[in-house]
Write a new protein. Structure first.
Lengths: 268, 292, 283
């Protein structure tokens, strides 16, 4: 078994630019990921930061194979999954999970919490589903009475916990969290972050944490990768990155963080 | 005189109070923050002003004054017209605020054409100009894109541009920068501040990001459980918050300069204290109602 | 925030009650028409022609809603007419719905070539003027109940397909679909388990609307004599006959007209009511 959980090699991905599609022929492509290389060791918590539109979500969705890549390799435990079809991927789906940014739209509004969490369990042939659902709920600190609620009957922070409960229910090895705290108020945010931290240490998870909030990344992640316009501009241990940022873009990011203190002229 | 004034606004869903005697004022050109945790009722205040509250929620008392005129006393049509001309909204959720089945351009022009009676071309030109101003690289392309083809940040910027397009006098911004990265957020905040300074636009800025509040706003209202806990200037809040809850909120905000500092969710005890305060307020309110 | 909230029973809204009640009465009346009808709907009796309804002077027992100019009992004819109207509503409505919804769902969710083919088909289809279409069909198939039903299905499936396609596209772009995919659900499973429950309310509304439309279309075609033979008691033919007799026996026109009106109204209200009733977001 490889020591690296993920190895990404020269990953390229583009989208069709339908707005500039000529009347006849194929639409031009917009390159979104321009040859990325990085590794994620088992047990790592890796922060993926970068500007809006830099390709963070695209990278994340490619890694969990929601998107097809143009070229390059995505090796999961040494096996290249970048070209696998849906059927071949199915057994891996249990082990690679994702938590989405917007818990309202990522939870089907017509299913109750218990159904939402049980869905992946059924698909992967787990037994004792009720117990597992309850266990997942307790892990994320939600009372069991929430089993029968619909997503719209929960607060934002609670919804996000349901998303987390669903992701951890199948006991995955890797979870990709895409901006999971950016829609939450600070108090819920602190709770969710503390929860993720606890899950990582208790369950031996490997976590990919996409965020544009560097304060949060600093708090949670061991290593950090800075993405800018589809390229990795810096990759280092979080400590080193914050102490001595190498790339200009990283320094710009740090400068732009509004700290909660009054600084006249900060906007100028 | 304040441009917008809420006086003892109460709202309920069924028997459950959502807003409790909320009073707040926004002077012309003032930038006021409305902060509070999720579910505090921040968005409901915005919706009450715009008259877009969900059916389940009823206003049970209080006044909403726009330039001294009571909005609730107006006919729905007159109210819509006044709001359409003077107030704009930057909505909270960029995912649901845009219709996924339509191209972006026509959607944002519709408002100018339908409500303000602009010509289609004029509206398009104006929107493209504003998309430039909010730093969207290729506005023409974006106008013809479907929402799902754009990143969350781009969608949010589009909504911001469309709010400013009609040059309103008050903008209610409901967490407009949550989906943006910090560099763009800084640009947008600067843009919002410049635009509001240039046009004297007043701003009611709904957010839970205290960092942003400290940089953009002059005054702030802290809300919890639909009740105003503190109404203060930004300087005062960040140097010495008055209310225990405000102090706890400040402590729950992560700072990258302080990685070792533990992240404290607002302590249970503080929450309980605030809840007791609210219960006492409800009781007083009930006694008052019974007496009348 | 009580935990009983999710389980709390929802009050049934009045529009659901009223419209559902009326339709239920109609269904029972149609099924039991041979038992309920006081007379044979086709029996003519010139000695009993133009009898007024029972609350007016000069009425006769056994003809509670009066008779038409041929002496046929109006109540009995309305009851038997309900059989035809509801049959058309049910068969035409559900066939249109099934065809349109399946195609719309496939086009909207699967996209790709399936969408291209179905969307083109819809566009071409809608380019034909519907009335011409209907007349052409009836010219080919002859008049009769079957051709009415076929005409409705053939003309109206595009309405379903278009709306459901747009709705499925909307839902397909939501993250819950992506999250089901990450969980390992296949395409078909996602369509059935995730998308369908979310477009179901729209389908229900369209279906009931379509049933109302079917009732109207059948009435119109009988009115212009393109439906089944004039002898058969249909609301449309009753209205056509009643129109001629409006000056001396208004009830011959008014009774089927009101029945038709209430039925069509009830169908549309039923759809809206059901949609609200099953929406977990509304209570
Ligand atoms: N389905 C799509 N079709 C076409 N272009 C797309 C599609 N999805 C994303 N893009 C483009 O890819 C680029 C990267 O988008 P992505 O969502 O990965 O950004 P991001 O880093 O997650 O940004 P944000 O922080 O705003 O969420 C953007 O320019 C976006 O417009
Ligand atoms: N349609 C509705 N019916 C009943 N209650 C509602 C409805 N919409 C919102 N609420 C309740 O109203 C309260 C205030 O909600 P509001 O959306 O204003 O919160 P908020 O402060 O904007 O929170 P957030 O930061 O999450 O946006 C919440 O307790 C919420 O549960
Ligand atoms: Mg993203
Ligand atoms: Mg809100």
């Amino acid at each position: 078994m490889s020591e690296m959980l993920f190895e990404i090699r020269d990953l390229r991905l583009s989208f069709a630019d339908l707005a500039h599609k000529p009347l006849f022929g194929a639409a031009p492509r917009i390159e979104v990921l321009k040859g990325l290389n990085f590794d994620i060791p088992r047990g790592d918590v890796i922060g993926i930061v970068g500007g809006s539109g830099s390709g963070k979500s695209t990278l994340g969705r490619a890694m969990v194979r929601l998107l097809d890549v143009d070229s390059g390799k995505i090796r999961f435990e040494g096996t290249d999954i970048s070209q696998m079809d849906e059927v071949a991927l199915r057994p891996l789906r249990r082990r690679i999970q994702m938590i989405f940014q917007d818990p309202m739209s990522s939870l089907n509004p017509r299913h109750r919490v218990a159904t939402l969490i049980a869905g992946p369990l059924h698909l992967h042939g787990f037994d004792q589903i009720t117990e597992r659902v309850d266990f997942a709920l307790s892990q994320v600190g939600l009372p069991l009475t929430f089993r029968n609620r619909y997503p719209h009957e929960l607060s934002g922070g609670q919804r996000q916990r349901v998303g987390i409960a669903r992701a951890i229910a199948t006991e995955p090895e890797f979870i990709l969290a895409d901006e999971v705290v950016s829609g939450l108020d600070v108090s819920s945010q602190a709770q969710v972050l503390n929860l993720l931290e606890k899950l990582v240490s208790d369950m031996g998870l490997t976590l990919g944490f996409i965020s544009h909030d560097l304060s949060v990344v600093r708090r949670l992640c061991k290593t950090t990768l800075v993405l800018h316009q589809g390229e990795i501009v810096e990759q280092a241990s979080t400590q080193a990155l914050f102490d001595a940022p190498q790339a200009q873009y990283t320094r710009d990011l740090l400068d732009a963080i509004p700290l909660p203190e009054v600084t006249p002229g900060w906007l100028d | 005189m304040s441009f917008l004034e809420l006086k003892n606004l109460n709202a309920r869903v069924g028997p459950l109070p959502i807003l409790r005697d909320v009073s707040l004022q926004v002077a012309p050109g003032e930038v006021r923050a409305l902060v509070g945790e999720s579910g505090a009722g921040k968005s409901m205040i915005g919706k009450a002003i715009l008259g877009t509250l969900p059916d389940a929620i009823r206003i049970t008392g209080g006044e909403i004054l726009l330039e001294g005129e009571d909005l609730q006393a107006m006919s729905p049509k007159a109210r819509r017209r006044l709001i359409g001309a003077k107030v704009a909204l930057i909505p909270q959720d960029p995912l649901t605020a845009l219709n996924p089945a339509r191209r972006v351009g026509p959607q944002i022009c519709d408002r100018l054409v339908d409500i303000l009676g602009w010509g289609r071309r004029e509206a398009e030109a104006r929107v493209i100009e504003l998309l430039h101003e909010v730093h969207i690289p290729a506005p023409e392309r974006v106008m013809r894109a479907y929402p799902h083809e754009l990143s969350g940040g781009m969608r949010q910027r589009i909504l911001i541009a469309s709010a400013f397009a009609a040059e309103p006098q008050l903008i209610i911004a409901d967490e407009p920068t949550t989906a943006l990265d910090v560099t763009v957020q800084k640009q947008i905040l600067r843009l919002i501040r410049d635009m509001q300074a240039r046009h004297g636009t007043a701003l009611l800025f709904v957010t839970h990001d205290l960092g942003v509040v400290s940089k953009l706003c002059q005054s702030m209202t802290v809300l919890f459980g639909g009740k105003v806990l503190e109404d203060t200037s930004v300087d005062q809040f960040f140097s010495a918050p008055d209310h225990a809850y405000s102090a706890a909120l400040l402590a729950a905000t992560p700072k990258y300069t302080d990685p070792g500092g533990s992240l404290m969710p607002v302590p249970e005890a503080t929450i309980h204290a605030v809840e007791a305060e609210i219960a006492a307020h409800d009781l007083a309110h009930q006694i008052e109602t019974v007496r009348q | 925030m009580a935990d009983g909230r999710a389980a709390a029973k929802r009050p049934i809204n009045p529009r659901l009650w009223l419209s559902g009640g009326w339709l239920l009465i109609l269904v029972v009346a149609a099924l039991a028409a041979p038992l309920l009808a006081p007379q044979d709907p086709l029996a003519q009796d010139l000695f009993a022609s133009r009898l007024p309804p029972m609350w007016q002077g000069g009425s006769e027992p056994g003809f509670p809603l009066g008779t038409d100019s041929l002496g046929r009992d109006v109540l009995s004819r309305v009851l038997y007419g309900a059989r035809i109207a509801l049959l058309v509503a049910l068969v035409a409505g559900s066939c249109t719905c099934a065809l349109g919804a399946v195609l719309g769902l496939i086009a909207g969710y699967y996209r790709g070539w399936a969408d291209v083919v179905i969307s083109r088909l819809i566009e071409i289809w809608m380019a034909f003027p519907p009335v011409l279409f209907a007349i052409l069909l009836i010219a080919v198939m002859g008049t009769g109940l079957t051709s009415i039903i076929v005409a409705i299905v053939v003309i109206d499936w595009t309405r379903f397909a278009r709306v459901i396609r747009a709705e499925a596209m909307t839902q397909g772009a939501m993250d819950y679909v992506a999250s089901a995919k990450v969980a390992g659900r296949g395409r078909f499973g996602i369509m059935i388990r995730e998308i369908l429950p979310n477009v179901l309310p729209t389908i229900v509304v369209l279906l009931t609307l379509e049933m109302g439309i079917a009732v109207i279309v059948e009435a119109i075609l009988s009115f212009v004599n393109l439906s089944i033979s004039t002898d058969d008691p249909t609301w449309g033919s009753m209205i056509a006959e009643g129109r001629a007799a409006i000056h001396h026996s208004w009830w011959v026109l008014v009774v089927p007209l009101i029945t038709l009106f209430l039925t069509v109204l009830s169908f549309s209200q039923l759809g809206e009511g059901l949609k609200d009733h099953f929406d977990p977001v509304l209570r």
